[in-house]
Write a protein that binds this ligand. Structure first.
Ligand code: ADP
Length: 548
């Protein structure tokens, strides 16, 4: 009809769909996880809006319904959620809107397999999730009919997952969304109730919105919808925790740490938190805020409450409290002292867990450190209050020992009369070991911490001291090592050194502020040094790069 609008997909969507349609078979059942998760989100969003008067209330029997129809060869995923307007249908389903999907499509572009090599990109899909587009793994045509909560009219979006999509007016008696999948020839299994039940249990058991399968006139509950965190610890097996971690966080690894506790008294909340066992695919450096989910009496409220500081943003999970009203608004979330208190308690608990696990380096702390150490270090310069608690959790490479070491261990090894903790920062860990900056220290048996993470240029100055000992960059001038005899005492002051220094000084006048004889070198002839009071060399490099 004349009211049908045709639109082309953006290039990015086209590329993504091409891969989804042609290459991804192994993981294709995850389409159900993606669609059910979207439906449940839409219902959570409607409930949240309704409490604030922004949308009509959710009907009491609101559910996600899966409706297989064998004759028509369709599977419909229906919800009574917030719905989408015509503009939102085009925007949300016609372009790549969310960050995860964008990261995925960038990976596709940059990691093309070499000629003749196996294409391993499809295995990435489960780890990223491609959201709604996963529907095209099992369907050769998808029709989405949606009515926005609060609006009278409905619209339908339809596509075969190739060139583009159409938009047209449609009918829907209540707000919500129906996603009709016209199943591919080889996807008939998704018409079978038992298969759908199995998948819901596997992928959506912990979604707190009820999911039902409607087949042959009967409607049957398919998920437990258990708020696992509300159960006593003694009733939860490690496997169940792992399932929860994987389903709710879309993870594929085992959690490295599982923290489950209930706070009672002045503040009441339950927390179930996980520290991942593997570094997540979506670079955590890009993400800034904690995504720990806030629930109020089981109901999901938001994952943007910043329940943990950004330097603990690798922690995942749920905090459920009794101390906020269900109709809490965004503004209220920002202002309420309840959240501040919860944040403090949860942060303290995570830190004490890390402190107790840090004692066991081989037993796993090293792997945690390698995954998330650089993020934790940000806490030193971002969180004045927690600085002293974070410092002993840090691990370092060092000129004196193999493997990882810590500030307390360094302090225990300090030489008699050594007043400072010495460190050297550079871009590259290997280059650090051979640096001429270390020679004088090595010759005197003085340990130097070797720092090569991006954040290392910033935090040592902020920390300033550890156990009363100042932290000093070895590239900073004015370090006096003369009171320590070199262990190999061949290195003696060369005769005629004053004349040489004067000559070099004259030759470099205008380029350097001073030239001095030093006891910091053994094999090398010269070393560049920062002035005693200014920023150290690595900091100067970064400032130059930033054009300052
Ligand atoms: P994501 O859900 O991660 O944002 P998707 O590609 O799955 O990515 O979906 C894109 C957007 O489309 C969602 O953010 C949401 O705004 C909208 N959307 C998808 N499914 C529904 C639904 N059932 N009801 C309402 N909005 C939806």
């Amino acid at each position: 009809s004349e009211t049908v609008e045709r639109h082309e997909f953006g290039a990015e969507v086209g590329r993504l769909l091409d891969l989804v349609v042609h290459a991804l078979y192994s993981d294709r059942e995850i389409f159900l996880r993606e669609l059910v998760a979207n439906a449940a989100d839409a219902m959570d969003r409607r409930r949240f809006e309704a409490l604030r008067g922004g949308a009509p209330a959710l009907p009491p029997d609101a559910k996600v319904r899966l409706v297989p129809e064998k004759e028509a060869r369709t599977l419909t995923v229906s919800d009574s959620g917030i719905g989408m307007s015509k503009e939102e249908l085009g925007q949300n389903l016609g372009t790549i809107a969310r960050s995860g999907t964008r990261a995925f499509s960038q990976t596709l572009a940059t990691e093309k397999p070499a000629e003749g090599a196996e294409d391993t990109r499809p295995s990435l899909i489960g780890q990223f999730g491609v959201g709604f587009y996963a529907a095209f793994m099992v369907a050769d045509r998808v029709r989405v009919t949606s009515r926005k909560a609060g609006a009278e009219e409905a619209f339908a979006w339809e596509s075969d997952g190739r060139g583009g999509y159409t938009l047209e007016p449609a009918e829907r008696s209540e707000p919500g969304t129906d996603i009709v999948l016209h199943l591919k020839e080889d996807a008939g299994e998704y018409l079978e109730s038992y298969r759908l039940e199995h998948l819901v249990r596997k992928w959506a058991d912990f979604i707190t919105v009820p999911v039902a399968i409607v087949a042959e006139g009967k409607e049957e509950a398919a998920n437990q919808g258990t708020a696992l965190w509300r159960k006593p610890k003694s009733e939860i097996t490690p496997e169940r925790y792992t399932e929860f971690y994987r389903q709710t966080g879309m993870n594929f690894d085992e959690p490295w740490a599982t923290l489950h506790w209930r706070a009672e008294g002045a503040l009441e909340f339950t927390a179930l938190l996980f520290i991942p066992g593997a570094k997540p695919f979506q670079a955590i450096e890009g993400e800034r805020e904690s995504r720990v989910r806030l629930h109020v009496r089981r109901m999901f409220i938001t994952d943007e409450a910043g329940l943990l500081p950004s330097w603990l943003r690798f922690v995942q999970g749920v905090v459920d409290t009794e101390d906020l009203p269900l109709n809490v608004s965004r503004e209220m979330l920002q202002a309420t002292p309840v959240l501040t208190k919860i944040r403090r308690a949860v942060t303290g608990r995570v830190l004490s867990e890390l402190a107790s696990r840090a004692k066991d380096l081989e037993g796993g702390y090293a792997s945690f450190w390698e995954n998330f150490g650089p993020v934790l270090k940000e806490g030193i310069y971002e969180d004045f209050e927690r600085r002293a608690e974070i410092a002993p959790l840090l691990r370092f490479r060092s000129s004196a020992v193999e493997g990882w070491t810590s500030l307390p261990d360094y302090v225990a090894r300090m030489k008699d009369g050594q007043e400072a903790i010495y460190y050297l920062v550079a871009d590259d860990a290997e280059a650090l070991k051979g640096s001429p900056q270390l020679e004088g220290f090595k010759a005197r048996g003085i340990e130097v911490l070797l720092l090569s993470d991006h954040v290392d240029a910033f935090w040592p100055e902020q920390l300033n001291r550890f156990e009363e000992k100042p932290l000093r960059s070895v590239t900073q001038g004015g370090l006096d090592l003369s009171k320590f005899a070199p262990e190999d005492s061949e290195a003696e002051a060369a005769p005629g050194i004053e004349a040489l220094v004067a000559a070099v000084k004259a030759a470099l006048a205008g380029d350097v502020s001073d030239v001095r004889a030093t006891d910091r070198l053994v094999d090398s002839a010269v070393v560049l040094s920062a002035s005693g009071s200014g920023p150290d060399l690595q900091m100067q490099r970064l400032l130059r790069r930033a054009g300052r």
